[in-house]
Design a protein around this ligand. Structure first.
Ligand code: 5GP
Ligand code: MN
Length: 324
């Protein structure tokens, strides 16, 4: 796929990513937005996202992101093309209606749980990130420092800074081309990935301190209640990275981390070291993701959620011969 071909003849283009956008989602959306604006200055292009974390301010034109949708969007109330990145249609959020109304829809994603929801689909579950897929559809000669930075941030975030198993030789070859544009890549990674506010570190500390091991230490579980978030004047954006830290526990094959989103409702993050396919489990509970990183929303008490998930985890661990 080449974006030039796909948007040929289109006057208006909408771009959207998933709710609670992460680094890959923000990077992919902004890179494509910046690219289309640069290469096709006469086309109308808009990017729709839920308000991303402040750390992504280092990406150019973050203030152009539309967090709302008005009735007269696009030409004659609809976009000629709407591009959904890093997501299925159901998780686009407010802009889902614009996707539905668009004359042509394109879906670019790397989630194994996504069957493809556009009229044109580019879904590659082997790719490190949607940002890597965005790189592939752009002409290298049209990139610039700002576009390269956005793609790099996306790839770095979804690969845990190029250390997860989704990092391929191609991922690193692309990263090498991107840093050659000259942006301060150590600074960008430090500020968007590693640096935490004091409160974020306190929440990480609590999640670690209050974690429990189940299944003979093969699964680590933790959660943050709504009252704790309120106490620290924090929100879901302050919990980024906690699940990965839990999953670094020696001996644990997988991690359940959840935070409360309502009365008897939790947003669940699952991580695995490879023996458990957490995407399968998340899909079963109405969510999605990758083999080693997935999520869903579940109802019940903290322990209801743990019990429901652990049945599936236990079954997989038994099949893999990890437990008896
Ligand atoms: P996280 O645990 O970091 O929120 O998400 C891990 C992965 O699973 C990400 O790729 C994310 O897009 C995906 N994911 C998380 N929650 C959901 C969900 O509710 N539905 C779907 N389809 N994917 C999810
Ligand atoms: Mn992604």
């Amino acid at each position: 796929m080449k974006i030039e071909e796909e948007i040929k003849g289109a006057e208006s283009i909408g771009i959207g990513g998933h709710i609670r956008p992460d680094g890959d989602c923000v990077g992919a959306c902004m890179a494509l937005y910046l690219y289309i604006r640069k290469v096709f200055p006469t086309k109308k292009v808009e990017v729709f996202l839920e308000q991303p974390s402040e750390v992504f301010r280092c990406i150019k034109d973050m203030d152009k992101i539309r967090t709302d949708v008005t009735a007269d969007e696009g030409c004659e109330g609809s976009f000629d093309v709407f591009i959904a990145l890093d997501t299925v249609k159901e998780r686009i959020g407010v802009a889902e209606a614009l996707f539905d109304k668009a004359k042509k829809t394109i879906n670019i994603d790397h989630h194994i749980s996504n069957p493809g929801c556009g009229t044109v689909n580019y879904v590659d579950a082997q790719a490190s990130s949607t940002s890597e897929l965005v790189f592939r559809i752009l002409k290298e000669e049209n990139l610039d420092e700002e576009i390269a930075k956005a793609i790099y941030i996306g790839m770095a975030h979804d690969t845990g800074v190029f250390r997860y198993s989704n990092t391929s030789p191609e991922t690193l070859q692309i990263a090498a081309k991107l840093i050659a544009f000259g942006f301060d890549f150590p600074e960008v990674i430090e500020k968007t990935f590693y640096e935490k506010t004091y409160v974020q570190n306190l929440l990480l500390g609590r999640a670690l301190l209050e974690s429990i091991l189940i299944m003979d230490g093969k699964c680590i579980v933790s959660g943050i209640e709504k009252r704790t978030l309120d106490f620290y004047h924090a929100d879901a954006k302050d919990l980024e990275g906690i699940v990965s830290q839990l999953n670094m526990t020696k001996g644990a094959e997988c991690t359940i981390f959840m935070y409360q989103t309502g009365v008897l409702e939790y947003k669940v993050s699952l991580r695995s070291k490879g023996k458990v396919d957490v995407s399968k489990i998340a899909v079963y509970f109405g969510g999605g993701g990758h083999v080693r990183a997935a999520g869903c929303t579940m109802n019940g008490t903290f322990y209801d959620v743990v019990n429901n998930l652990s049945l599936h985890i236990e079954e997989q661990l038994k099949q893999a011969g990890v437990i008896e």
